[in-house]
Design a protein around this ligand. Structure first.
Ligand code: HEC
Length: 385
């Protein structure tokens, strides 16, 4: 033992790609989930910390552009490796991976004593890589539909827009959970894999996780250097084609992100609404004959006031519905008052609860100012029945 040889796994450009993906993914996840679960307290905290939902949306889109540009770059890198350098593809899943997955399961459950021997990318790494590609595609397409609903509705039935919102949110949850459960476990908990920080794995780690690759490396067959002349020729063809395709894709992204300003709203923008605006005792248009006309002005409970009370207060203060314990449907029950005691003190309107409660103007049922004046007069005059 004691062999501290280290094997290069990810050169700097690949690590940079990884960290760009991490950064944009985390930003997308946070700014996306707080929109998906906008009513949760913690989401509201984050939204107001970021300065409101419009900012959250802007940041989400910016991060999505970063991820899309990274995707275009990644396609270029992969194609360059495969077509120009003619590197052996190592991330393509095959039947062996299925077998390795089953063997690994058997080993974990104790049915088998041997872990599967795997190469440069283990079956779980391949699965994660392809899930990420699949997820990014889904998120890109559904994101496009929400970002540009009008263009979408021109090509597809309108149901696709809410459907894409559902798929976007569902896939997001899947991606975040799989990173938390799967990636965090396999890469960081089961044994902290430092290769995305240092770029390298130790001999021990190579033996443990990638024994077949290690064997190839030792045998010198892991990297076949391409024939330089042929590679140069291929590069001359590849680079202009890729630059053209890449530029087209970048233009596509630019077009995609700017041509329509009709993105659907995820969280309705806040608006100021008056929830309750107290009435001041001002004349209310009333269906009953105006009590101000001298001839018709109520004189006593039976002549006018009973009707007026029934009109204005009857819904909430009757023998069947007496809020606050107050029944204003009969002279006796009116004098008896409600939960706070007598509503009326004959001869003393200023101390009568009915008048003081009405004077504030914020009761759910209100007399007009004129009506209130008449009632005060009636009370001060001894409150005749
Ligand atoms: C829409 C329903 C509603 C209408 C209409 C209404 N009230 Fe009330 N009133 C209440 C409720 C609810 C309470 C109990 C809660 C409170 O005290 O505010 C109450 C309580 C009261 C009380 C206090 C009772 C006590 O003993 O605590 C008085 C006095 C009163 N109302 C007078 C009136 C008068 C006079 C009218 C008619 C101009 C009226 N209310 C119309 C809902 C109503």
């Amino acid at each position: 033992m004691g062999n501290d040889r280290r094997y290069l796994r990810f050169p700097v450009p690949e690590r940079v790609e990884h960290w760009i993906v991490v950064l944009s993914f985390v930003v997308l996840a946070i700014t996306g989930l707080v929109q998906k679960y906008a009513l949760v307290t913690i989401s509201q905290g984050i939204i107001s910390f970021l300065g409101g939902v419009e900012n959250v949306r802007a940041i989400h889109r910016l991060a999505s552009v970063v991820l899309m540009v990274e995707a275009v770059y990644h396609v270029g890198v992969v194609l360059y490796k495969l077509l120009v350098l003619r590197v052996r593809p190592t991330a393509i899943p095959g039947i062996t991976d299925l077998r390795n997955a089953l063997r690994s399961l058997a080993y974990n459950l104790g049915f088998s004593k041997e872990r599967p021997q795997q190469g440069r990318y283990t079956f779980d790494e391949k699965a994660e890589y392809w899930f990420m590609i699949w997820g990014t595609l889904i998120m890109g397409v559904t994101g496009f539909m929400m970002w540009n609903p009008i263009a979408t509705a021109r090509l597809l039935p309108g149901e696709f827009i809410p459907a894409s919102k559902a798929a976007h949110g569902g896939e997001a949850l899947l991606a975040v959970l799989s990173i938390i459960v799967w990636h965090l476990y396999h890469v960081h908990l089961r044994g902290f894999n430092m290769s995305m920080f240092t770029g390298r794995l130790s001999e021990e780690e190579m033996i443990h996780d990638h024994p077949l690759e290690l064997a190839d490396l030792k045998a010198g067959v892991a990297h076949r250097e391409p024939d330089p002349v042929a590679a140069t020729r291929r590069r001359r063809i590849f680079l202009p084609l890729y630059l053209l395709a890449g530029a087209t894709m970048l233009f596509g992204i630019y077009y995609f992100t700017t041509f329509e300003q009709t993105a659907i709203t995820t969280v309705p923008p806040p608006e100021d609404v008056v929830v309750y605006s107290p009435l001041t005792p001002t004349p209310i248009p009333s269906p009953i004959p105006s009590p101000t006309t001298p001839a018709e002005a109520p004189q006593s409970w039976s002549e006018g006031f009973a009707d007026l009370f029934a009109q204005r207060c009857g819904t909430c203060h009757s023998s069947t519905a007496a809020f606050g314990g107050l029944d204003l449907s009969s002279y006796a029950s009116m004098l008896a008052g409600g939960d706070s005691g007598p509503a009326i003190i004959p001869g003393d309107s200023a101390s009568s609860l009915l008048i003081t409660r009405q004077a504030t103007g914020d009761h759910p049922g209100q007399f007009s100012g004129e009506e209130l004046a008449l009632i005060s007069q009636w009370i001060d005059g001894g409150t005749p029945e």
